[in-house]
Structure formats: structure tokens, C-alpha cells
Design a protein around this ligand. Structure first.
Ligand SMILES: Cc1cc2nc3c(=O)[nH]c(=O)nc-3n(C[C@H](O)[C@H](O)[C@H](O)COP(=O)(O)OP(=O)(O)OC[C@H]3O[C@@H](n4cnc5c(N)ncnc54)[C@H](O)[C@@H]3O)c2cc1C
Length: 266
């Protein structure tokens, strides 16, 4: 029986409190900001590693972004993934979801395909949630979306998954290969395995870096050139001011004032 080969698409995003968009270029500011693995992608990684632990096989991480993503992606190796593929080239920059999904699909083709391709529900920065469906379209394969549980039958060549719906759940089945998007917070991502950590962070053979020409990518389909969508305007949503009141006095006086305020509010 063939070994299960899964790919987890992982995006590295600025920490949510540091997300800024350059108002000139309308692109995300990635310099001088602290980053992290997109939190929903940790749920996707957890689901894929759990599947590997139950059925065997391998888990590869696939990411498109600058070389500075590397140390963050290595966290995935320490959790249980086997290899990282980082698609990195200035030509790939400024991609919308159409160009991003084309590029990721080219990366998967270059890897020789995969049985299952996992994605998070959405990214913390762009947050379109379009990448899983776009990938399935470019690769012309089925998709199971917003799953909370997944299983695979390599003999039958199918994957089944559970999706929560209002008042119940659905069990879905799709032939392999397929794309799976994982419901945010549906599982508890494992910590790094400290025995894997030295290998994960120090071994050079665990990362493959590909540029646009390695991917045999059509230049009209990648980066800004291949992106019909761009962010044309941004507006800041005003934050709501919280009502607050400071109380002065001794603890007894403050307790009295607080009791009076609460009694009035009832
Ligand atoms: C403020 C803002 C608004 C935007 N609006 C749009 C828009 O309306 N339309 C549009 O086409 N583009 C938009 N973009 C660009 C969009 O963010 C990029 O195309 C991005 O590369 C992919 O889309 P996403 O972040 O929305 O991913 P999502 O579809 O939200 O991400 C879902 C999953 O796909 C995977 N994934 C996403 N990106 C990568 C990656 N680079 N590498 C590996 N895996 C990945 C992850 O598993 C992730 O959890 C916007 C960007 C910004 C900053």
C-alpha cells in the first residue's frame, strides 16, 4: 500500500497586534514586525501530524514567502513534520489569492503531488479564506472544508471528515488526492518535541528553497503581474472607547462606592 503523503500549507503572519499595511503600496509591512505561524495553520499541522501518527507516511510543510519565514516553519518540523518547501522569489511577491494558489499548486506539482493538502481556515492578515478552494481548483481535485476531524483509507483511496453544522454535524467523503481546510481551534496543537528540536532547527537537509523558475511557473500567473485583485483603499475602524471610572479612598470607601454604583445599575 502506498504511504500517505500530506502537505500542510503554512503562512507566516505578523503577530496580530503588529499587522500594518503600507498605505502607499497597500502591501503588508513585513519588516521590523514580530511574526508567527498563522494560528489556524497550527490546527492544520496538528491534524496532519496526528494522521501521520495513526497511519504512517510523511508530512511536508509548504509555504510561499520571504526567506525570513524559515525559522518559524522549523517549529513545524519540531512538532512532527518531515520537510519544508519554501517558495521564495521577489517575482512571487504581492500575490493575491489567485496567484498564491497557482504558485502553491505549482509547488505541489514540483513535489510530485500529495495525497492530502491541508490548509488553515484563513490567514490572520489577508483572511480571505480563498486559498484552500483555489488550490483544489488549480489541482482539479476535491476538497473537504472546515473539518474538525479527518481520517483516511489508503486502501479505498478516500478521506472522510467531520464538519460541524447548525444543530449537528456532517460526515463527508472525497477520493484522494484532496484538499482539506481545518476549522480554527478544533484541536490543541502539540508543543514542539524537544528531542526533535536540534534536528528541526539545525539540519540543513530539511529545507528546500524553490524560486519561480524552479517551479516552471508561467510569469503571467505569479506575483503582482498574475494578481487581478489589489487592495485599493484602506480605512481604519475606530476602536470603541470603554467606559471606565476610577474610585478613590480607603478599601472600605472604595467598596462602598462600588456597591452604590452596582446597586444603581441593577
Ligand atoms: C488587508 C488585505 C486584504 C486582502 N484582500 C484580498 C482580497 O480581497 N482578494 C485577494 O485575492 N487577495 C487579498 N489579499 C491578498 C492575500 O492576503 C494574499 O493573496 C495571500 O497570499 C493569500 O490569501 P489569504 O492570506 O487571504 O489566505 P487565506 O485563504 O485566508 O488562508 C487560508 C490558508 O491558506 C494557506 N495559505 C495562505 N497563504 C499562504 C502562503 N503564502 N503560503 C502557504 N500557505 C498559505 C494557509 O494554510 C492559510 O491558513 C489581501 C491582503 C491584505 C493584507
Amino acid at each position: 500500500m502506498p504511504e500517505l503523503h500530506t502537505v500542510v500549507c503554512v503562512k507566516v503572519v505578523p503577530k496580530s497586534e503588529e499587522i500594518r499595511v503600507d498605505t502607499e503600496t497597500m502591501l503588508l509591512v513585513r519588516e521590523d514586525v514580530r511574526s508567527e505561524i498563522n494560528s489556524p495553520d497550527m490546527n492544520a499541522l496538528e491534524m496532519a501530524i496526528d494522521l501521520k501518527n495513526r497511519h504512517g507516511g510523511r508530512v511536508d510543510i509548504l509555504s510561499m514567502g520571504p526567506p525570513s519565514f524559515e525559522p518559524f516553519l522549523r517549529v513545524g518540523l519540531a512538532m512532527g513534520a518531515d520537510h519544508i518547501y519554501l517558495l521564495s522569489d521577489r517575482e512571487l511577491g504581492g500575490a493575491d489569492t489567485l496567484a498564491t494558489t497557482y504558485t502553491l499548486a505549482q509547488g505541489i506539482r514540483r513535489m510530485g503531488g500529495a495525497d492530502m493538502i491541508f490548509c488553515g481556515e484563513e490567514s490572520a492578515d489577508g483572511a480571505t479564506g480563498q486559498v484552500p478552494a483555489g488550490l483544489a481548483e488549480w489541482l482539479d481535485i476535491g476538497q473537504l472544508t472546515l473539518l474538525t476531524q479527518v481520517d483516511v483509507d489508503m486502501e479505498l483511496g478516500t478521506s472522510t471528515g467531520r464538519r460541524e453544522v447548525k444543530g449537528g454535524y456532517e460526515i463527508l467523503e472525497v477520493p484522494l488526492p484532496c484538499v482539506v481546510s481545518v476549522k480554527t481551534a478544533c484541536n490543541e496543537p502539540r508543543f514542539m518535541d524537544f528531542q526533535r528540536k536540534p534536528w528541526a532547527f539545525e539540519s540543513e537537509g530539511t529545507l528546500t528553497l524553490w524560486n519561480a523558475s524552479d517551479l516552471d511557473a508561467d510569469p503571467d500567473y505569479i506575483g503582482l503581474t498574475g494578481s487581478p485583485t489589489n487592495v485599493s483603499r484602506l480605512a481604519e475602524a475606530p476602536t470603541r472607547q470603554r467606559r471606565r471610572q476610577f474610585l478613590d479612598g480607603s478599601p472600605e470607601e472604595i467598596a462602598g462606592q462600588l456597591a452604590a454604583i452596582l446597586t444603581k445599575a441593577l
